[in-house]
Ligand binder design. Structure first.
Ligand SMILES: [Ca+2]
Length: 347
């Protein structure tokens, strides 16, 4: 479970990061303090910690080849993509972490302790100013358990706002991964259907899915992928930054050469966004590294409110997310935040 158990990816990470830096002389060199090493982030004011692992970045073939079993058309055509180095959460974001933001536990604690807002550090004041979710229509854990369990049922907008809150609180850039970053990380260098090979028969060692789980399971209990990421296949599928376009890869492929930091930016539309990795409720093929899922209004079908919540999906107990932190943010993602506004979104 400790990062020390994965020395190989770490060495590779540093080497690849150096290679990326030298291949991109136009970019500023990352400051020395952002050396690609695993680190533990602490959420200020709490004893909550989560681990971030280095993902080296590099050039890879994105999507699945026509011969891959049960592939879908939106996974192709394959194209060459380059992503910069970044850190990624070792595990999916848990309720413990998400509750601090979504239910304003951090603000309530400061109020209980009569903390003078004027005396708070700038990071805390900035975090407190980030918009919070409205109260959910129902218990969003659905009785599936909270402590140590992945947070579920949040919208793409809510996941993006959590990242904005976390960024303000830590003074670092945290956000959702782009689809390209997610797939690069999930593959862990492998071009096979799963990070461990093509044999779905081995999936039970690495993942919670329909054959061994009836609900979301506590994070980090299965074998990690080559980069040390747990539950990258299965448990909860994970929000990516990208608006879902079934033909996105055709555009990237058509441009020729390696697509640098390919991403389809989010819009004011509430749907459809990409979720990756499949879930506890899915068959093996949905857990493949290249498989793409698109959110849709069915995910809120039981929400009786009009307009429906921009924060919670009442029918998405299999969606969650994990965060990334870029070493150097790509130009078109600097300062990115969700453009969704209550009552103004289009479905
Ligand atoms: Ca997952």
């Amino acid at each position: 479970m400790r990062p020390a158990e994965q020395p190989r990816p770490r060495v590779l990470a540093i080497l690849a990061a150096l290679a990326f830096a030298s291949a991109a002389p136009a970019q500023e060199k990352p400051p020395a303090s952002t050396d690609l090493k695993p680190y533990t982030e602490t959420i200020a004011g709490t004893d909550l910690k989560f681990e971030m692992l280095p993902i080296p970045g590099g050039t890879f073939t994105m999507g699945s080849a026509p011969g891959e079993t049960k592939r879908k058309d939106d996974e192709g055509p394959t194209f060459t993509a380059t992503v910069g180095p970044f850190w990624m959460g070792k595990c999916e974001v848990t309720w413990d972490e998400f509750d601090e933001y979504a239910f304003s536990k951090d603000i309530k604690r400061k109020q209980r302790e009569n903390v003078d807002p004027a005396k708070l550090p700038a990071t805390e004041r900035a975090a407190d100013a980030v918009t919070r979710s409205t109260k959910p229509y129902a218990d969003m854990t659905f009785g599936f358990g909270s402590r140590g369990n992945p947070a579920i049922c949040m919208t793409h907008h809510a996941a993006m706002e959590y990242c904005r809150w976390l960024s303000a609180k830590t003074g670092k850039t945290y956000r959702l991964p782009t689809e390209a970053e997610w797939e690069f990380a999930a593959r862990g260098g492998a071009s096979t259907a799963y990070s461990f090979g093509d044999d779905a028969g081995a999936l039970g060692e690495y993942a919670w899915f329909v054959e061994n789980a009836e609900k979301p399971m506590p994070v980090g209990k299965k074998k990690p992928n080559p980069y040390g990421l747990h539950d990258i296949h299965g448990n909860v599928m994970e929000w990516c930054l990208d608006l879902y376009q079934p033909n996105a890869y055709a555009s990237f492929a058509k441009a020729g050469g390696a697509a640098k930091g390919p991403v389809v930016l989010p819009t004011a539309k509430e749907y459809p966004y990409v979720a990756r990795g499949g879930s506890w409720d899915d068959d093996p093929d949905k857990l493949r590294s290249a498989a793409r899922e698109a959110s849709n209004p069915e995910w809120s079908v039981q929400d009786p409110q009009r307009p429906q919540s921009i924060w919670w999906h009442t029918d998405a107990t299999n969606v969650g997310f994990r965060v990334v932190r870029p070493v150097q943010e790509q130009e078109n993602l600097k300062g990115i935040r969700s453009p969704v506004v209550k009552g103004k979104g289009s479905r």
